[in-house]
Design a binder for this molecule. Structure first.
Ligand code: F6P
Length: 341
């Protein structure tokens, strides 16, 4: 078979490891691999490169994706849909492995519904894809954010300040949760919970009282008043608001300086979280899911996504993996608030 592979949506550490996994498994079974450039955009434009062992050797530890990525939704128009199907046919691609988050997998399901032979591999630093216990990219991005918080601790401690670290994660608070828990924040704000100003101010005052400084972690999607007016936020091709413009970190810093009466700064880590080498966990997870995806192709199990369930990697239908995002659940919130309330 000729197996196509693409990476779509926001990049994250582990994508190269996943492509490499697809390539090694496919070649070892006598197939060839064609890489589509820049996600679904490559299918619209017919831009591909053949991918052999030499192209992926040494890539397991490299961040980003050497195939490129984009937030292109090819099924926004009937014309795009036809283009995708005709590209696959004209290049004689027998099956496609789509590596991405909810948007990429939703596009994959659409292609499957239109007769395309496609399987999915979930990734995202947000860890918000349903049906899989963890997505690769999350561990790496959260580890970077924890390191950032530790650096901010030095400054907060030296200057007796409050520092707010704003992390990404869109409408799921997994990255904020992991950063706050593992970095020992005084308070963590997630999109999943209503904003409780008094609890935040109290936690910050206690931190300052007991150790002379306080650290707050806030998800970019936290439910605080936005600095943007309704409809002002820029949107991507899939209609998602670009949340960095919401200004959660600076908003909280101004509020805390006023309400807690302590000098406060904010730092927005943004895309710094998405680059750099994948952690051990993400390298192994990406590799396992990619190998499973090729196995799903060989078994003719199209319309399925390779996911992690407990310690097993299994295939589940697209419908189980997409739709509503996987949000931080009550038992995680309970754990988090043991340390910040
Ligand atoms: O979905 C991954 C993510 O990093 C989100 O956490 C963030 O809101 C968004 O992508 C940023 O998107 P972009 O890279 O298009 O600015």
């Amino acid at each position: 078979m000729k197996i196509g592979v693409l990476t779509g949506g926001g990049d994250c550490p582990g994508l190269n490891a996943a492509i490499r996994g697809v390539v090694y498994r496919a070649l070892s079974r006598g197939h060839t691999v064609e890489g589509f450039l820049d996600g679904w955009k490559g299918l619209l434009d017919g831009r591909t490169i053949p991918v052999d062992r030499a192209k992926v050797q040494g890539l397991i530890g490299k961040g980003g994706t050497f195939l490129g990525s984009s937030r292109t939704n090819p099924f926004k128009s009937e014309e795009g849909t036809k283009k995708v199907l005709s590209t696959l046919e004209s290049l004689h691609v027998d099956a496609l492995v789509a590596i991405g988050g909810d948007d990429t997998l939703t596009a994959g399901r659409e292609l499957f519904r239109r007769g395309g032979k496609v399987v999915g591999v979930p990734k995202t630093m947000d860890n918000d894809v349903n049906a899989t216990d963890w997505t690769f990219g999350f561990d790496s991005a959260s580890s970077v954010a924890v390191e950032a918080l530790e650096r901010l601790r030095d400054t907060a401690d030296s200057h007796h300040r409050v520092i707010v670290l704003e992390v990404m994660g869109r409408h799921a608070g997994w990255v904020a949760l992991a950063t706050g828990l593992a970095g020992g924040a005084d308070y963590t704000l997630l999109p999943e919970e209503p904003f409780q100003e008094s609890a935040l101010v109290e936690a910050v005052r206690r931190g300052v009282r007991t150790k002379g400084y306080a650290l707050v972690v806030a998800s970019e999607g936290a439910q605080v008043a936005s600095q943007l007016k309704a409809g002002e936020a820029a949107k991507d091709d899939f209609g998602h608001e670009i949340l960095q413009g919401k200004g959660v970190g600076p908003y909280l810093a101004a509020l805390l300086e006023k309400k807690a009466g302590v000098e406060t700064r904010s730092a927005v880590i943004g895309h710094i979280q998405r680059g750099g080498p994948p952690t051990l966990f993400d390298r192994i997870l990406a590799t396992r899911l990619a190998v499973k995806a090729v196995d799903l192709v060989e078994a003719g199990q199209f319309g399925h996504v390779a996911v992690l369930r407990g310690s097993e990697v299994v295939g589940v239908p697209f419908d189980e993996a997409i739709g509503a995002p996987k949000l931080v659940s009550a038992h995680w919130l309970d754990l988090l608030h043991t340390f910040d309330s």
